[in-house]
Structure formats: C-alpha cells, structure tokens
Design a protein around this ligand. Structure first.
Ligand code: SAM
Length: 285
C-alpha cells in the first residue's frame, strides 16, 4: 500500500499530461482525479470547459490558459513555474493531451529544459474509433486533421492512397462532406467507419463505403464530432502497375526484354484477367 502510495505521489517540478473524457464525464481514471486534486496548478486549453469537469469531481485548483494562440509565451511561463518547484497538470479540450492539440509543444519545451514530464493515460478519440471500426488494428496510421490548404490536403491524400495500414482521420463537422469527397476522389471506393459523438448519448459507428458516405452527406447535415477510420489499401491498389494503363503495363514487360505476347501474358497474370481480355482491351484503342 505504501509503495503504491509512493508511486502515485505527485512530484515537484513535474508536468503531468492528464487525459480527460471525450464526452462521458465518467471516463476519467482515479489517478487522473488524484493528480488534478494534488498538483499546484492546472494548465487548460479550454478554461470554460475544464471548470465543469473539475466541479464534477469537486476539484478546486488555480487554472492558467494554454492554447494554440498563446502556447509560446504561456509555455515559457508554465516552464518557469515548473523550474521553480511547482507541479502542473496539463489538460486539453478533451482526450489525451498532445494528440492533435497544442500539448505536444509544451512537452518539447519541457524536454529542452530538462523538466520531467509524465503522462496519465486515458480517453483518446482516435483509439476509441479504431477499436469500433472492425478494421485491422494490428497496424494503423494516425493522420489527425488534414491540412486546410486544398493543394496540401490533396497531395497528402494521394500519398495515402496506397497506405496499407488502417487510417484514422479527425474532422470537424462543417468540413466532413468535402473531406469525404476528397478521400473518395483520391482512394476510390473503400470501406469506412464513420465514428460520431463517441462516448456520448448519440454515439454512432456507421460502417459503410466512401461512395455511400458521400451520397448520405450530400443529403444530410453532419452533426457532432467525427473520427473517420478507413480500411487500408488492398493488394490491387498497392501493386506497382496500379496507376498504369493496360498498354503501359505491357510496355513495362516489353522493356524488360519480353516479346509482346509474353508481355501481355505477364500483365494479364498480374491483373488476374484472361490473356484474351487484356488483348481485347489493348486493341480497343
Ligand atoms: N486530444 C484529443 C484526443 O485524444 O482524441 C483530440 C483533440 S482534437 C483537437 C479534437 C478532435 O477529436 C475532434 O475534432 C474530433 O475529430 C475528435 N473527437 C474528440 N472527441 C470526440 C468524440 N467524442 N467523438 C468523435 N470524435 C471526437
């Protein structure tokens, strides 16, 4: 018991990254409540939301704001207090600090200044959505929010089109429709799990396809918070000839020295179609 107590004691000069609920207020650990109750002060991304959480658990602590637009100056200020011996808990808007929020910046700053950082694990929307998706969870790839700059967003999506791992993307409701269309354009039709309002009353995980999702949101207004989980690319989409026309594919083998008929045979084998089908396609144009 004593050892357990020692291990869980809040220490001086330490930044605690404290995961908070992503909707359901009960999704917080005993350790998180203990740390929030015992640190000297709390740095919060949203100083309007966090007091509601603290009040729910009967915690009264001095708060300082720490968010995207004051993170530089406020990060330095928090570090100064940590260096002077105080302990601080960082809580972001929801979920695990440093995942698609300004938490990562203060972690880097603390590491630079040799300040101890520790993480109190808990809810994270990406992992909650992944577990509900039904897709491969052995390997996955978290993209967070896609760029708001159209060209950067499309560049990124075209790079991701051949990604074999399950893909996780965060999106705001007002951009959901366009983002689904952009993903559909870049990936073609694929299975997707649209996870909405996780842990809340209206929680939903709709397993569908990109084409059906685009059709649905062309008619219906997105509401709430969303995580998109997309099945990784299959063999066909990642094959070296995926972007080649039939003629380019055959030419590839010809360049390697195969006579035309053997090149057609090899390309047909790759594509899993009879030689005659490929031959007919080549002669179409
Ligand atoms: N740090 C957070 C985490 O651990 O998940 C993520 C913060 S990021 C600023 C906020 C985004 O997370 C939202 O736009 C949404 O994509 C996703 N998100 C957060 N809570 C969610 C929920 N209850 N249901 C679905 N998505 C959620």
């Amino acid at each position: 018991m004593n050892n357990e107590y020692e291990k869980n004691k809040v220490e001086k000069s330490t930044l605690y990254l404290v995961a908070t609920p992503i909707g359901n207020l009960s999704d917080i650990t005993y350790r998180a409540v203990k740390v929030l109750s015992e640190v000297d002060f709390i740095a919060a991304e949203d100083t309007r939301n966090t007091p509601k959480l603290l009040m729910h658990y009967g915690i009264k602590k001095p708060l300082v704001s720490y968010y995207e637009h004051n993170k530089r100056e406020r990060g330095e200020y928090i570090c100064e207090r940590l260096l002077s011996g105080e302990s601080c808990a960082l809580v972001t808007d929801a979920g695990t600090p440093a995942i698609s929020d300004p938490g990562a910046d203060i972690v880097r700053l603390c590491i630079e200044k040799n300040i101890r950082v520790t993480s109190i694990p808990g809810a994270c929307a990406a992992i909650t959505a992944l577990t509900l998706s039904g897709f491969d969870t052995k390997r996955f790839c978290f993209e967070g929010f896609l760029s708001t700059v159209k060209s950067e967003k499309n560049d990124r999506l075209s790079k991701l089109a051949r990604e074999k791992r399950t893909l996780i993307i965060y999106e705001a409701p007002h951009k959901l429709k366009t983002t689904l269309e952009d993903i559909y354009k870049a990936f073609g039709d694929r299975s997707i799990a649209i996870c909405r309002e996780l842990t809340k009353i209206n929680e939903e995980a709709v397993r569908t396809t990109l084409s059906e999702a685009c059709a649905y949101y062309a008619e219906n207004q997105p509401r709430g918070e969303y995580v998109l989980v997309i099945e990784g690319a299959g063999e066909e989409e990642t094959a070296f000839y995926a972007d080649m026309t039939a003629e380019e594919h055959v030419a590839f083998y010809e360049k390697q020295g195969l006579p035309r008929m053997d090149a057609i045979k090899a390309a047909a084998k790759d594509r899993g179609v009879p030689k005659s089908t490929l031959y007919a396609e080549l002669n179409k144009g």
